[in-house]
Design a protein around this ligand. Structure first.
Ligand code: ATP
Length: 364
């Protein structure tokens, strides 16, 4: 199989200008057949602009868009076979759930009998069997979005794009619907392109995440890549929590912080002595050590400090620990029973494995 056959959507140097404002820098991106790709980034980073160019809602300023190897850069939206689900559901208020879902089949001239079968099946898939006769205002937000999804899958588009589809729902319902959308993707096997600014949603749902900022792609990879191997400070801070430490590389592969404290760098760090360098350490990779207990391997770094902040959120406790050089590290511990919890002012010994440090690149 060639690359072009595997890549359902391919963007080659696609950019978008609104007047003099460059909303999307020249972007190259391949979306594989059947994958769940999420565009993740803060507000204004260009996610919807990118989505709208794939759907054809916006014309690109430069570049080429290929669908299954065919140039669709100038093809009108309806010729692209792409289904859309929007945050605001975009249902027709005077139509019932059945009529809303039937609409895309009707405009395609599908027979009444086939419409009935397909709409019934689509509503069943999204858990709305029995709700056919309700109008949107007689449905909850989650149910309305299920109608929106049914209306999209009913005509079997080759790509399904969802722009913040769960943005209007509360946290519990969001989590439930994340699982439902994941199951739907697994069952129908269609390529999904999903937009969210919620990093947990992206980590939970995606095969790959395309992290965007300021109209460009910062990092493209699996949820594991983005969480455990962020490329730069923006990626490290946007996804999960992080301790960021900056210093100068010493001969022998240690990083000397401006405070004088030195960290052992991971063995794969590509750094040169004298270079300034920033590293990240996830709070949950830091452990506490019982007094006097030595590290279990040569790469384990141990340091004594003092607790200066405690945040208890039920299952987890976050500690802020100040080291003798005034560096403050955040760590996350599974919450302990009340009598064995740390208090502000307690002495504490911490350790981590140098291999858990991630060397960050400078931001472009
Ligand atoms: P959000 O999460 O808030 O929806 P986003 O990442 O989807 O943000 P876009 O909607 O793609 O961001 O917008 C990217 C940039 O382009 C923003 O600065 C926005 O103001 C600008 N922009 C988007 N649409 C237009 C338009 N029609 N005219 C002018 N500028 C636009």
């Amino acid at each position: 199989m060639t690359d072009t056959e595997q890549n359902m959507i391919e963007l080659q140097g696609v950019s978008k200008e609104f007047g003099t404002f460059l909303a999307l820098h020249a972007t190259t991106l391949q979306v594989k057949k059947g994958e769940f790709l999420t565009l993740l980034g803060p507000s204004g980073s260009g996610k919807s602009t990118l989505l709208n160019m794939i759907s054809g809602a916006f014309a690109s300023t430069t570049g080429k868009i290929l669908l299954n190897g065919v140039d669709i850069t100038n093809a009108p939206p309806r010729k692209r076979g792409i289904g859309m689900v929007f945050q605001n559901y975009a249902l027709m208020p005077h139509m019932t759930a059945f009529e809303n879902v039937a609409y895309p089949l009707k405009v395609r001239g599908v027979s009444k009998a086939e419409i009935k079968d397909k709409v019934t099946d689509a509503l069943k898939r999204v858990g709305l069997a029995g709700f056919e006769h309700r109008k949107p205002k007689q449905l909850s937000g989650g149910q309305q979005q299920r109608v929106g999804i049914a209306r999209c899958i009913v005509y079997s588009p080759s790509i399904i794009m969802m722009d913040e589809p769960l943005g209007a729902l509360d946290k519990n319902l969001r989590e439930q619907m994340q699982d439902e959308i994941k199951t739907l993707h697994r069952e129908i096997g269609t390529t999904f392109i999903y937009v969210t600014h919620d990093q947990e949603e992206a980590l939970n749902m995606s095969d790959r995440i395309c992290l965007m900022n300021h109209g460009g792609i910062v990092q493209l990879g699996t949820p594991d890549d983005l969480y455990f191997r962020p490329v730069n400070k923006f990626a490290a801070q946007f996804i999960g929590e992080s301790n960021l430490l900056t210093g100068t590389v010493e001969a022998g592969g240690r990083l000397k912080l401006s405070t004088g404290y030195a960290l052992t760098l991971p063995s794969n760090a590509k750094v040169a002595a004298g270079q300034s360098c920033q590293v990240m350490l996830r709070p949950e990779r830091i452990r506490t050590v019982a007094a006097g207990e030595a590290g279990s391997s040569a790469t384990v770094q141990t340091v004594a400090g003092r607790v200066e902040g405690v945040t208890f959120i039920g299952s987890m406790t976050t500690l802020a620990v100040e080291l003798p050089d005034r560096t403050v590290l955040k760590l996350k511990l599974t919450s302990l029973p009340l009598q064995s919890r740390y208090k502000v002012g307690d002495a504490i010994e911490l350790c981590w494995d140098a291999e858990d440090l991630v060397v960050l690149q400078d931001e472009a």
